[in-house]
Ligand binder design. Structure first.
Ligand SMILES: [Zn+2]
Length: 237
C-alpha cells in the first residue's frame, strides 16, 4: 500500500469500519499517535519474523479488531489501542495479521466452491455414463435422484462446514496472536473482548462463525501447554 491516508477515503474500507465499530472515524496508527505501542509491535514482528501490517484506529468503545484484506491492513478500536495492556493489543494485531497472512478468505471461497460443485459433479458423471453407453438412455433419471441427495448434503456442508472452518480459523489466528505477543496476552485480549457479551447459545456454537472465548482460551492452553489460572501444576509433568 502506497499511502495509508488513501484508505481513509476508500468507501469499502470505511464500510468495514462502520460495520465492525459503528464509526467511520478512522486514523492511521503511527509512531506519532502511539509511540510505545508501535515500537512494541514492530519489535515483536521483527523478533518473530512476522510481517508488520499497517494499523488503523477506529474511534469506538467496542473491544474489537478486524483485518481488511484488500489493503492487507488491520483496524482496531480506540478502546483496544488506548485502554488495554500493550502486550494484549499486540496479540490482537497478531491475530488479525494471522487472518491476512493465512489467506483464509481464499480458502473459504474454495471450501464453498468445492461443496457447491458436488451435485454438479454427480450430474456430470451420470451424463458421462449415458454418453459412454454404460447407462441406457431408458434407465430412470439417476442424475435427478442423486442430485436430490447431493443438494441437501451440499447445503449441510455450506451451513455447517463453512462456520466450522471459520471457527477453526479463529483458533488458528489466536495461535498467530500468541506467537507474536504470548499466549497469556492473547487470552487476556479474548477475555476483554468477551466481557459484557452473553454466553453463546448451543445453536451459536454449532452454526456461528466464532468460537466462544472459553473455547478459544482452552485451545490456547492446550496448544501452549499453559495451565488455566488458579490450577496447581500436575505432579510429574
Ligand atoms: Zn479473527
Amino acid at each position: 500500500m502506497s499511502d495509508p491516508n488513501e484508505l481513509l477515503n476508500d468507501r469499502q474500507f470505511l464500510a468495514v469500519a462502520e460495520k465492525t465499530f459503528k464509526t467511520r472515524k478512522v486514523t492511521p496508527m503511527t509512531r506519532g499517535t502511539h509511540p510505545d505501542l508501535m515500537e512494541l509491535y514492530s519489535a515483536l514482528c521483527k523478533k518473530r519474523g512476522i510481517t508488520e501490517r499497517p494499523v488503523f484506529v477506529a474511534e469506538s468503545a467496542i473491544v474489537n479488531a478486524v483485518a481488511y484484506f484488500p489493503a492487507q491492513a488491520i483496524i482496531i478500536s480506540s478502546q483496544v489501542a488506548d485502554h488495554l495492556p500493550q502486550q494484549q493489543v499486540c496479540a490482537a494485531m497478531g491475530h488479525e495479521g494471522g487472518h491476512l497472512s493465512r489467506r483464509q478468505m481464499l480458502r473459504n471461497f474454495f471450501r464453498l466452491f468445492t461443496a457447491m460443485s458436488v451435485p454438479l459433479d454427480i450430474a456430470g458423471v451420470d451424463a458421462g455414463l449415458r454418453k459412454a453407453g454404460l447407462l441406457s438412455p431408458h434407465s430412470p433419471p439417476v442424475s435427478f435422484a442423486k442430485f436430490m441427495v447431493a443438494m441437501p448434503l451440499t447445503g449441510l456442508a455450506a451451513i455447517l462446514g463453512v462456520p466450522y472452518a471459520n471457527r477453526a480459523d479463529e483458533r488458528d489466528c489466536d495461535v498467530a496472536g500468541a506467537e507474536l505477543a504470548g499466549a497469556e496476552a492473547m487470552q487476556g485480549y479474548n477475555l476483554a473482548a468477551a466481557t459484557g457479551n452473553r454466553e453463546p447459545s448451543i445453536l451459536e456454537r454449532i452454526f456461528g462463525n466464532y468460537p466462544s472465548f472459553k473455547d478459544r482460551n482452552r485451545h490456547l492452553e492446550r496448544r501452549f501447554k499453559i495451565l488455566p489460572k488458579g490450577e496447581p501444576p500436575l505432579p510429574g509433568r
